[in-house]
Design a protein around this ligand. Sequence first.
Ligand SMILES: Nc1ncnc2c1ncn2[C@@H]1O[C@H](COP(=O)(O)OP(=O)(O)OP(=O)(O)O)[C@@H](O)[C@H]1O
Ligand SMILES: O=C(O)c1ccc[n+]([C@@H]2O[C@H](COP(=O)([O-])O)[C@@H](O)[C@H]2O)c1
Length: 224
Amino acid sequence: MSVADQGASESAVLRVAMLGGTFDPVHLGHLRSAVELREALALDRVHLIPAHVPPHRTAPGVSGEQRLAMLEAGIGDTPGLVADARELRREGPSYSADTLASLREELGEQARIVMAVGHDAFLKLASWHQPERLFALAHVVVIERPDHRSALPAALANLVGEREVGTSRELFATPCGGLLRLSLPSRMAISATDIRQRLATGRSVRYLLPEAVERHIRTHGLYR
Ligand SMILES: Nc1ncnc2c1ncn2[C@@H]1O[C@H](COP(=O)(O)OP(=O)(O)OP(=O)(O)O)[C@@H](O)[C@H]1O
Ligand SMILES: O=C(O)c1ccc[n+]([C@@H]2O[C@H](COP(=O)([O-])O)[C@@H](O)[C@H]2O)c1
């Protein structure tokens, strides 16, 4: 096979990322990092997937339907971003391994599937449900700030083993099983907790989330 043919067959393989979260509500930090992730890894799609019952935190105050509606409003027509409701349709805790299994089933064995997690979530990965299965189904990409490299806790170092690679090209040589730590420079200092507090105390949330999401919150009287 010529180099040009190799390039063509590589790019024909679907590359998809899952970015899970509570999205209570979705904000510009989430959306900007989804866009940057897509560009950095040349992904076909980034699926933003709201958790139905988040495994490691208290239940969100706003229903799954409302969090999904805000996510859809926030994404609008942004190319390559998808509001994916699959965890909302599943009963019980929203384990990421089950979500990746459903993506794998849908996209087939050859698709390159990435589970994107923030650095803080990554540090706890060894305590997630069926952590080895995550790597059997997908690559893990850790979104880090450039200044934020720290040593891994022992349980995580065991789980990660020799999986880490340095480039997306190496990562996408296989459909799953790799780890890439990706520096995205522009993480915004925005959190959903802060947005909820601002709304509850009547302060402005303008420019922290898309205007369509703010409109949805006002129309439905959320977070008051
Ligand atoms: N400002 C941000 N920039 C980039 N990524 C973010 C930002 N805030 C959260 N994330 C990431 O988005 C994913 C979903 O986050 P989540 O829904 O918990 O939002 P949050 O703002 O951290 O919410 P909360 O304040 O309620 O904990 C996680 O992987 C998290 O690390
Ligand atoms: O599968 C698990 O055991 C698991 C444990 C903790 C978090 N997660 C997922 O990680 C994503 C980010 O979670 P959070 O709490 O940082 O918003 C979200 O999709 C969660 O469902 C998944």
